[in-house]
Ligand binder design. Structure first.
Ligand SMILES: [Zn+2]
Length: 74
């Protein structure tokens, strides 16, 4: 034991941020119009009542926007 070398604070707690991964995982989203699972990166988005919906194509987006209520029923 070395005299005068006692730590005052004990162990330091460092909170490293982890959550930011280098590899962006492919995110799958659901197209409510054609019931298809699609890649978020290639999806067409449409906002309705504050929620973003993902559509597989412009055609689906157009259909969605014609009558979103048909597709967002819970
Ligand atoms: Zn679609």
């Amino acid at each position: 034991m070395m005299p005068g070398m006692h730590s005052t604070m004990g162990m330091r707690h460092e909170h490293k941020k982890e959550g930011t991964s280098a590899h962006a995982a492919e995110e799958k989203v659901f197209d409510p119009v054609c019931d298809m699972e699609i890649d978020k990166n290639t999806a067409v988005t449409s906002e309705y009542k504050g929620t973003t919906y993902y559509l597989c194509s412009k055609t689906c987006k157009a259909n969605f926007e014609k009558g979103p209520d048909k597709f967002v029923t819970k």
